[in-house]
Design a protein around this ligand. Structure first.
Ligand code: ADP
Ligand code: MG
Length: 429
């Protein structure tokens, strides 16, 4: 793999017309696509919010070229965003592949820091998981694959496992991803809870519940406590934006993409955000039915996936705890080496129990920001009729509030799934 050595100097945005000429001399690309760029076809994918993504196909094969812009693609130059997000995405992908295994993220073929350009494996015929869930398609491997991905990346990036010198250097490296953290800090934890300028919601249908949530002092306090945790608990390298739009799937393959928000934060954040997106899919399903009850099976499956992600995460985390706990935390010298394996198990339970409680909080605020904030998700947005959409969004808001505020008294995934079912029944109307 080549790296920044191939830089072409000062940043210049790629376009469909110039991409070939600019990339054909990069060996890692010519090898994969074919040498003569006049025989390439280049398409812009164009469904991302922040960056440019091109599919490059040639006689020998294909690659994806992803380039950051010095601003937010969806908004334009009025919202500057630094190119270095590409640097963090590249470094996160490298670590995720090492920690979760080859084939869990796209393979990287080339990185050019000055051009903010990552050339990677073209995932095909993969599609974005969220699209599949909206269509009502079940994917048999998804719960297990995502549970393993979370446990392996999050455990192996923490002081439970990594040599602490290496980890501290890495914390410093990713600490510079300030602007993308700032997006999360504002859009997830703060903006939904007051009348921020960028907010929007299905109106007037949700006006009442939105006013109620913004006046809910317990909720506001919990959201700010969660933000505190997010900002202060540099526990592990997070993906940072792990929702169902950051996963590409086929029936048999699962890949996690787009870790440009990567930074050191609490283990519970990635898992909570991910689970929230399955719970939101659960609440959105009736909005996609062509006849009543058609998606009941799909809904039960989605709750099952949430259960499987958590069960897989727990089991794998426990396995890694027993076999790879080589970092500075919960040292073997005080437990196993003294014949106290039970002590190590007790500590494991305490750690898992904290992750559980915190992830419910993160899941709760994620439900809110997707309905009240700037970045809505297609699960709800693609329900054209606002009455119908609001009927799905309302219970998701109630559910999010319960998760955020009552997380300390929800003790199992079964309880949470049952809460989702009850709220869906009671609050839809
Ligand atoms: P952004 O950071 O701008 O949100 P993403 O990394 O999410 O960009 O990519 C935008 C879209 O491009 C994805 O939704 C997906 O459709 C497509 N895409 C991204 N990476 C790949 C890949 N490696 N293979 C195939 N398609 C991809
Ligand atoms: Mg992105």
């Amino acid at each position: 793999m080549s790296s920044a050595a191939g830089s072409q100097g000062q940043f210049s945005a790629l376009d469909v017309g110039t991409l070939g000429k600019r990339l054909e001399n990069i060996a890692a690309i010519a090898e994969r696509v074919g040498p003569d760029s006049s025989r390439w076809t280049v398409r812009e994918v164009g469904d991302g919010n922040l960056n440019l993504v091109f599919i490059v196909e040639g006689p020998k094969g294909s690659v994806v070229a992803k380039q950051a812009l010095p601003y937010v693609r969806l908004v334009g130059e009025s919202w500057p965003l630094p190119l270095k997000r590409s640097f963090f995405e590249y470094h996160a992908l490298v670590r995720q592949e090492r920690r979760a295994g080859v084939g869990t993220v796209p393979a990287i073929h080339h990185f050019d820091e000055a051009q903010a350009l990552i050339v990677m494996e073209y995932l095909s015929p993969h599609v974005i998981l969220r699209r599949r869930l909206i269509e009502g398609v079940k994917l048999p491997k998804i719960g297990r694959d995502l549970g393993l991905f979370c446990a392996r990346t999050l455990f192996r990036g923490s002081d439970l496992c990594m040599p602490t010198r290496e980890r501290k250097q890495d914390v410093a490296l990713f600490a510079d991803n300030v602007e993308l953290c700032d997006i999360t800090e504002n859009l997830v934890f703060t903006d939904p809870y007051f009348e921020a300028e960028l907010n929007r919601h299905t109106s007037p249908q949700l006006d009442g519940i939105v006013a109620e949530l913004r006046a809910d002092r317990d909720l506001k306090v919990e959201a700010q406590r969660l933000k505190h945790l997010f900002a202060a608990k540099a526990e592990t390298l997070l993906h940072g934006d792990l929702h169902t739009g950051s996963v590409m799937v086929t029936e048999t393959d699962t890949r996690v993409i787009d870790p440009e928000f990567a930074f050191y934060g609490p283990i519970a954040f990635d898992v909570g955000m991910l689970l929230a997106n399955f719970w939101m899919s659960f609440f959105s399903q009736p909005g996609h039915e062509t006849k009543a009850g058609e998606r009941e099976d799909m809904r039960a499956w989605l709750l099952g996936v949430a259960e499987e992600i958590w069960a897989t995460f727990r089991a794998e985390f426990a396995h890694l705890w027993r076999t790879e706990r080589n970092g500075i935390l919960y040292a073997r010298s005080v437990f196993e080496d003294r014949g106290d394996s039970l002590g190590a198990e007790q500590a494991l339970n305490a750690v898992i129990s904290n992750i559980w409680t915190d992830l419910l909080g993160f899941a709760g605020v994620e439900c809110h920001r997707r309905i009240l904030g700037l970045a809505h998700n297609a699960d709800f947005e693609s329900i054209a009729d606002p009455d119908r959409r609001a009927a799905c969004e309302r219970p998701a808001l109630r559910f999010g509030r319960q998760l955020a505020v009552a997380r300390g008294s929800l003790h199992s995934i079964d309880e949470v799934n049952e809460l989702a079912r009850i709220i869906a029944r009671v609050h839809t109307a």
